[in-house]
Write a protein that binds this ligand. Sequence first.
Ligand SMILES: [Fe+2]
Ligand SMILES: [Fe+2]
Length: 176
Amino acid sequence: MNIATNGPAAEHENRETPWAERSPSEIIEFILRHFHEPLRRDLPTLLASARAVEAETREAPLCPAGLADHLEQVLLAVESHLAKEEKILFPLILAGRGRAAFMPIKVMMAEHEDHLANLRRTRALTNGFGLPSDATDSWRTLYLDLQRLEADLNQHIELENNILFTRVMGSSSDNL
Ligand SMILES: [Fe+2]
Ligand SMILES: [Fe+2]
């Protein structure tokens, strides 16, 4: 399984309009299309791949024991987080209700710290994505996909924390 990222990294680098000049609705639209949709699409497949790889590498010294159970928790946490952003926080921001968004933003930022801790746990469980020389293709593909997930989640969180949320928190009025 190859996760199709639609190249958010390239868009970050090549975008014509700086984030600071984009409206909150444009930033939210980008987040939904380039981060939320791929996460929902790819995480269940990633979990299934991890289960299969863990089963077939049970005897191997570098077997990622516990990875699938961990990713199952990640999937639940991410689904819950995306739903809160889409149902509560983003509508407040789009309605220009910046002050009402302060508390949901604090909650989302705390959850981002949990997601980052989960990424560190993924690295620990995979021995830093370490593979034996005779690793199967499915094992190699899984680790490549997990590294893409890590890169995308880092960019996703950075865009929300440092651009979108900072913009809303820095607004002194309810009219963004
Ligand atoms: Fe998000
Ligand atoms: Fe988020």
